[in-house]
Design a protein around this ligand. Structure first.
Ligand code: ARG
Length: 462
């Protein structure tokens, strides 16, 4: 029969071209379990309001349970003629309960408040799935840091050698940014725990239904929407979710870029496990960091999902407009993208081999201890402006001679400045430079141990 929800006023069904344009079942079908949960909650408030008898409620719940099972095993699916998941499931219920009882459920609700509620439920579930996957990545990164507690590497700014840092310190820097992403997800989830059910099409319901009861039933800790227009029209929760997932993508892309660089012949800092790298169809020697490259690439897609969504929302008048049907695919894609990317990325990070000798060989290169000369001079009472100048002279001299700082002779040091006594050599090695940066957040092994303990404690509550 005719599945349209608006038969009464229309003499003709929709043109095929309209049906094709309008259909969303192919992407909103994943909301079906949430739609059915919403229908159960709605049936209960209809009963509470005296609009369904006890017996009707019982039969309604049985019908919804049956429909849920049929959706789960694939024996009931939506079609293009259904338009969307909500309409398809209404048809499914009518088929199971008959038009008399099946036709009672739609009272006091609209697809506008339905979809706004279900979409929140879906994204809240996925915020937790993604949060769990981030925690697994953080565990892998913490494991990598713990497995190499004392390894030094060149710390960089502008991709140039800057100062030596602990490899563990560098890895934990990434863990910190993922902690903020995880926190963003938790705070978003808390903010999104408001149910639009009961808002109806935009103005609320005249049937005495209890939106707070529906909210509690569906797990919305903060109750029901305080404004039915906002409840049906607002999508900032979607945009914010898209931002958080894009930020996660961007953070992944930053490690990815480092892995790609570290994995080159020139750097040779890491080797990727065979199971997490790919070969070339023509060049037998190749072993490529495809996971890192895909992470870098997919961050673009995640950003695109955010910007596309923002463009869709811009200047939309209140309340519901059909434009809003465009809100789902981008963030469904963001969920799907991260849910396949994160496990692969975690596997890559958990299994890579670190080449300690290579990192430590390069840690002091590029005159990365010049700052230590300057700070040693300051400790001798030399003003920093002079100390900076003197250390710079040392670098100039080394560059002219093609040597490193610790290869300057006592005489050469003395010729550069009277302050440069042979004692300056005490700071011209990496371990001394690292150990001296022992303030909170610094790269000294003792400070990194504190950071590691804090990060691990955080991960336990996260
Ligand atoms: N499928 C629509 C969406 O996802 C919900 C239906 C609301 N349609 C309507 N004509 N009011 O936004």
């Amino acid at each position: 029969g005719d599945v349209r929800l608006w038969g009464g006023r229309f003499a003709d069904g929709p043109a095929e071209a309209l049906a094709k344009l309008s259909a969303s079942v192919h992407f909103d079908w994943r909301l079906a379990p949430y739609d059915i949960a919403g229908s159960r909650a709605h049936a209960r408030v209809l009963h509470k309001a005296g609009l369904l008898t006890r017996d009707e409620l019982t039969r309604m719940i049985v019908g919804l349970d049956q429909l849920e099972a049929d959706v789960a095993d694939g024996s009931f699916t939506g079609t293009i003629a259904d338009e969307d998941v909500h309409t398809a499931l209404e048809r499914g219920l009518l088929e199971r309960l008959g038009p008399e009882l099946g036709g009672k459920l739609r009272a006091g609700r609209s697809r506008n408040d339905q979809v706004a509620t279900l979409f929140r439920m879906y994204l809240r579930d996925h915020s937790r799935i993604i949060g769990g996957l981030i925690a697994e990545l953080q565990d892998a990164l913490v494991g990598l840091a713990e497995a190499h507690p004392e390894v030094a590497m060149p710390g960089r700014t502008h991709l140039q050698h800057a100062q030596p840092v602990l490899f563990a310190h560098h890895v934990l820097a990434h863990v910190q940014s993922f902690s903020r992403d995880a926190e963003r997800l938790r705070q978003w989830d808390e903010r999104t725990a408001v149910s639009p059910y009961g808002s109806g099409a935009l103005a609320g319901s005249s049937l005495g239904l209890d939106p707070e009861a529906v909210a509690a039933d569906l797990g919305f800790e903060r109750g029901s929407a305080g404004n039915s227009i906002d409840g049906t029209a607002s999508r900032d929760f979607v945009a914010e979710f898209a931002f958080i997932t894009a930020m996660i993508g961007v953070n992944l892309s930053r490690i990815a870029e480092e892995i790609i660089i570290w994995n080159t012949k020139e750097f040779s800092f890491v080797t990727l496990h065979d199971a997490f790298s790919t070969g070339s169809s023509i060049m037998p020697q190749k072993k490529n960091p495809d996971i890192a490259e895909l992470a870098r690439g997919k961050s673009g897609r995640l950003i695109g999902n955010l910007t596309g969504l923002m463009a869709t929302l811009k200047a939309l008048p209140l309340a519901y407009n059909r434009d809003l049907q465009e809100d789902k695919e981008p963030v469904f894609d963001s969920c799907d993208t991260l849910e396949v990317l994160l496990p692969a990325f975690t596997g890559m990070m958990a299994t890579l081999t670190v080449h300690r000798e290579r990192m430590e060989e390069l840690a002091p290169a590029g005159f990365s201890l010049a700052t230590d000369i300057a700070e040693w001079l300051v400790r001798q009472g030399v003003p920093f402006r002079v100390a900076h100048e003197v250390a710079g002279e040392c670098v100039k001299e080394c560059e002219a001679q093609g040597i490193e700082l610790d290869q300057l002779t006592d005489a050469q040091f003395a010729a550069i400045s009277e302050y440069l006594t042979p004692d300056v050599r005490t700071v011209l090695h990496v371990s001394g430079a690292l150990a001296s940066r022992n303030g909170r957040g610094g790269t000294a092994p003792s400070a990194v141990a504190v950071q590691l303990a804090e990060v691990k404690a955080d991960l336990l509550i996260q």
